[in-house]
Design a protein around this ligand. Sequence first.
Ligand SMILES: [Zn+2]
Length: 349
Amino acid sequence: MSDKRQLISAEGAQTPLFVGVDLGATNIKVGVVDDLGRPVSWLSVPTKVEKGPDDTTRRMGQAVKSAIAEANLQLSDIARVGLGSPGPMDIPSGILLKPANLKNEGEDAWNRFPIRDRLAEECGLPVAFVNDADAAAYGEYWVGSGRDYDSMVLFTLGTGIGCGIIVAEKLISGAHSHGAECGHIIIDQNDDARMCGCGKTGHLEAYASALAVIARTKELLALGRETSLSMRIAEGVKLTPKLIAEEADGGDQLSLEIVMDTARHMGVGVVSLMHTIDPDCVMLGGAMTFGGSKSELGRRFLARIKEEVQARAFPELAQRTIIDFATLGGDAGFIGSAGIARLQHGAAK
Ligand SMILES: [Zn+2]
């Protein structure tokens, strides 16, 4: 999506200007964004987490400067930087807390790394610090699928499940920076509930994330169910949600069942959010939306979620809450991080 997003010129941009940074496990996406949420430039650099937080932060600072230069702007043209980072984190202190799958001991540990202030030093600008899922949610709320609404929940479906909640322009980040961790709401309280990536059982992410979809598929394959997936895997194709979507599109019953079951699990999670927040809308973004609104499978996935919502939510809510796909794609993170920087600069939606 990013390659298609229209960039505006620095001359046409509405000041003040911000830089949004979306720190991912593989890539860092950085862009200059104007006061109306329009990207002026963007670029992506590898994260290289194995080189440690100092190295990553140094390259992140360089990427910020490059994005500013690419937009034909100077450092002094930028009001503030927004940094969206994977959690867990301590937002007031600007530090990361034991990031999953990263080195957390020794000299180059990520745990307790003061990433906000170190980035501010590297790029010479004040930095606003935000959870990456919250940043994506704010981006959608500001200029994407949620722009016409007052309150919104965004689920980001990928390797894990991220979530962000905004009510009346305020991100629900919580008393301990762990608010809106709705990938970890419980949808199965039974003893044999699935294990989540966080180490606890029964969480939504353990059923409806990309990793969960692959795990559930492997279990069904082990039962010997007939499916065209077996042939594709035998050909050496890697088992991914994308492959499952392709086979479902091609008429494979098991693949379709897996996609629809994923929707059913998501529907259960969505209902809990509707009964907690009663938002105007619940949006679904991320890499694992089975093609989204552009594909027949994506539309069936969404319809199945709504069916589950109809069956389980208060009728008034089931009828009135908008449930749809997000629209900013992979740009939501950096645009939203810039949006949070803009909020801290004193602006409103
Ligand atoms: Zn969990």
